[in-house]
Design a protein around this ligand. Structure first.
Ligand code: HPA
Length: 242
């Protein structure tokens, strides 16, 4: 079993890198070279979703190249780290949540490998987008590490890079979302199309737009994310093969 970590905003330097591998794909270049790492007791790969240095906005990430590159090096399980805003007053800035559902509000992203008349047309089953054993193994790792991490939540995935309006957040909350981020889709469904098990570890950076008296500040987001990375690292260090 080979595991990959896809790191988002604030999650660039979680691991010691043992080797770097540049992988080309029919969809173009992934966001960065794949970095060979150890995750807990396992060999794995780390991919910086927004590039190294951080430069690609969520709507410009080549999600297909990223997932295809990981597939080519034999990855079967992915843990994605996603920065999010929260609509849940029990999950404030700094909270960690492993979601069990998502709603996709993105548009215009190359979102499927079934995208021409040559590739097989697949209608993947996606009722439970984080259904596999990696999600449970992630929660078990958090428990072993003694790091508090909520089990369950619904991520609304927006196009970005702007943050949401207060009315958009109210609508997403009415729709049933408890978190809002910009990168879980199409990453999660592409992983499913490629036959890989995908789990997400959401790091709450801020209360979603309109829910706090103060406007959301990018500086505060980066500070909160930086403060949470020690706990993210502890969870991943405790990860065991599901
Ligand atoms: N909305 C969308 N994406 C995010 C947010 C947010 O409030 N915070 C961090 N990533």
């Amino acid at each position: 079993m080979s595991l990959a970590i896809i790191g988002g905003t604030g999650a660039l330097d979680l691991f010691d890198v043992r080797e770097e591998r540049r992988v080309d794909t029919p969809y173009g270049r992934p966001s960065a070279a794949l970095a060979g790492i150890r995750v807990g007791g396992l060999d794995g790969w780390f991919l910086a979703r927004h590039g190294r240095p951080h430069r690609l906005p969520p709507h410009r990430v080549n999600y297909r190249a990223n997932i295809d590159a990981l597939h080519r090096v034999g990855v079967e399980r992915i843990i994605a780290i996603n920065a999010v805003g929260s609509m849940d007053s029990n999950a404030g800035p700094g909270a960690l949540v492993v979601p069990d559902q998502l709603i996709d509000y993105t548009w215009g992203r190359a979102h499927s490998f079934s995208d021409d008349d040559i590739s097989p047309l697949r209608h993947i089953e996606f009722a439970e987008p984080f259904a596999g054993p990696t999600r449970a193994a992630l929660l078990a790792a958090a428990e072993r590490a003694g790091v508090s991490c909520a089990d369950g939540g619904c991520v609304a995935v927006t196009q970005g890079p702007r943050l949401e309006t207060a009315a958009e957040v109210r609508r997403m909350a009415r729709d049933g979302a408890s978190l809002v981020g910009m990168t879980t889709m199409p990453e999660a469904s592409l992983a499913r199309e490629a036959g890989m098990d995908y789990a997400s570890l959401c790091v709450v950076a801020n209360a979603a737009a309109g829910l706090d008296e103060e406007p959301i500040s990018e500086e505060a987001i980066h500070e909160v994310l930086a403060g949470a990375m020690g706990r993210v690292r502890s969870i991943l260090a405790a990860f065991e093969r599901p």
